[in-house]
Design a protein around this ligand. Structure first.
Ligand code: TEU
Ligand code: CA
Length: 555
């Protein structure tokens, strides 16, 4: 029997920003061990840890130089083993983050390729440029600039869809696939209970041709052999252990492909992350612009994925936040007057959906975007590259900075706010300053204060996580979108074996009325973010600013 994880919640940790135990300003694995009881108290069943393997850290560990060893900045193999053991004692499974679309150019494979070894050159995509001296194709790197880097000694270019120090692996080479299987098995033997596969739908390249109307993604997204490679990885590694759960990070994917990736019996992955709902404040695929979030689009996308994935018996990961995203309370809620209400509302909307909820460190505290005022405070390679690219396009430094402030991945990467002390308890007061600045609001928003407060965002998330375990309808129910065209209400119904759950949320800071609300006679409220929640009267449901209310009925 395959593991039924539908009542589980995953807590994501970005170790570099979580807790620093040796005062060097960098979070570490011992910091995760130290905080296991906190995660246990929250109620999470799994921890997804982003990469801590040997890496030059150009992309904070997503540039792996050795998949079998631990980066000394994070700790040792003994620390990892202790972490796995201590988590298991608390009933928490660890999910490791496997970056297999690319490796760091410091990885031995790439180093040998650069020495001219043909066996290893074929691990990558080395191609001749064109006669006119331009790169093989016009594809753009996700971090800005052309996706090919010239290597003079071969008079060839290698492909890097991300940073120039992240060389794409050639999955069409069977030897590459075998090496990857070895890595997965190595970590399975250590007792890892799950895997997150980084941009895994980019591993099968279609053709190396110019993209006339885009950045090249149609040539490598959901490529021709993708399902075959995933099935092979499943069959040879994690698929042999029914306990293991997997999530694939799917970049610009299509829902049709996700039916396969995350189908109940398709033999690929347990679930997928898709990002369409987090592009509603982009202009098309263009992230580096300022446009207001489109609420109608947000609902349409979430409801489409919810209903169609259900129809195809496939499973979603449901989430607002991760280490690549701005903080949701700043993005779709209100950092100011309705900070607490909106943080709780957003959490509720996600946690009652059909799928596995992911909580990103600090989300359970309602942590906000950075308060950085200068570009020198930003650390992320993507932000720094685009700050330059925006100015190259003619924007003023201050306009470019404004865009970076809104969209930077660093919004999700400032140190975890444990307490009100100088470095927020991320590192001790007498330690080296954190590698990235602490948000000034840590004196107000922090774990220590919220653990003491029964009305806190933390206590509310704890309740949401517990509710999924208590009510089968949340874990197993089908979904029906409601109030689909309402300009400020996000609502849906879940149903399962005579149980019904009704979720209604006001996404805005003004009172609103939902005039066609369903009858709630016979229901009881199971969670909400205001005291004395009202029920619909004569079909009209009044919702206060950012109010959310969840009602349950069983036969
Ligand atoms: O991210 C994949 C990815 O394409 C995005 O989330 C990306 O950060 C964003 O679209 C840029 O605008 C994964 C990891 O989560 C991310 O941290 C890594 O930098 C990236 O892959 C490369 O490994
Ligand atoms: Ca440290």
């Amino acid at each position: 029997m395959k593991k039924d994880f539908r009542k589980s919640t995953v807590y994501q940790i970005y170790p570099k920003s979580f807790r620093d135990t040796n005062k060097d300003g960098l979070g570490d694995l011992r910091g995760v061990i130290e905080k296991l009881d906190y995660i246990k108290e929250l109620g999470a069943d799994y921890i997804w840890l982003t990469p801590f393997f040997v890496s030059p850290q150009n992309d904070n560990g997503y540039d792996v130089a050795d998949y079998y060893r631990i980066d000394p900045a994070y700790g040792t193999m003994e620390d990892v083993e202790e972490l796995i053991g201590e988590s298991a004692k608390r009933g928490i499974g660890l999910m490791f983050d496997m970056v297999f679309n690319h490796v760091s150019t410091s990885h031995e494979w790439f180093q040998k390729a650069m020495e001219g070894d043909p066996y290893y050159k074929d691990f990558f995509f080395f191609r001749k440029g064109r006669a006119d001296g331009t790169p093989p194709t016009n594809w753009e790197s996700k971090f800005g600039g052309n996706a090919w880097e010239y290597v003079e000694k071969f008079d060839e270019y290698y492909l890097h869809l991300f940073d120039v120090s992240q060389a794409d692996l050639n999955w069409d080479n069977e030897n590459v696939r075998r090496e990857i299987q070895k890595i997965v098995k190595f970590w399975m033997e250590k007792g890892v209970k799950g895997f997150r596969f980084d941009v895994i739908n980019l591993i099968s390249k279609r053709a190396f041709e110019d993209d006339d109307c885009g950045d090249g993604r149609k040539y490598y997204t959901d490529g021709p052999n993708i399902h075959r490679y995933l099935k092979e990885l499943h069959d040879t590694t994690f698929g042999t252990d029914a306990e293991i759960i997997t999530v694939g990070e799917m970049s610009s994917t299509s829902i049709e492909n996700c039916y396969q990736y995350a189908g109940h019996d398709t033999g690929e992955l347990s679930m997928v992350f898709s990002f369409h709902h987090l592009k509603v404040d982009f202009m098309g695929n263009e992230k580096w612009v300022l446009v207001p979030a489109d609420f109608q689009k947000l609902k349409d996308i979430i409801f489409e994925w919810q209903t169609k994935m259900e129809q195809h018996n496939a499973w979603n990961a449901v989430f607002w936040c991760n280490h690549d995203q701005p903080r949701v309370v700043s993005r779709f809620g209100d950092e100011g007057r309705y900070w607490k209400e909106s943080a709780k509302m957003l959490g509720t909307v996600i946690h009652c959906l059909r799928g596995t909820p992911y909580v990103y460190q600090g989300e359970e505290l309602g942590m906000t975007d950075t308060d950085f005022t200068e570009i020198s405070q930003f650390r992320d390679v993507e932000s720094l590259n685009h700050y330059q690219i925006l100015q190259d396009k003619g924007l003023s430094p201050s306009d470019a900075l404004r865009i970076v402030q809104v969209h930077s991945r660093d919004n999700g990467r400032t140190p975890m706010q444990w307490d009100a002390s100088l470095y927020a308890g991320f590192t001790d007061k007498d330690g080296v300053a954190p590698w990235i600045g602490v948000n000034g609001n840590h004196t107000r928003i922090n774990a220590a204060a919220q653990l003491e407060d029964e009305d806190s965002v933390f206590r509310y998330y704890q309740r949401l996580i517990a509710l999924r375990k208590e009510l089968d309808v949340i874990a197993f129910g089908s979904i029906e979108p409601l109030a689909v065209k309402h300009p400020s209400v996000f609502a849906y119904r879940r149903s399962y074996k005579g149980e019904e759950l009704l979720v209604a949320a006001n996404f805005y800071g003004k009172d609103c009325e939902w005039k066609t609300a369903p009858d709630t006679a016979g229901y009881r409220q199971v969670i909400g973010n205001y005291k004395d929640s009202s029920t619909p009267e004569n079909g009209v449901w009044k919702l206060r600013p950012y109010e959310v209310s969840v009602w349950f009925k069983s036969n």
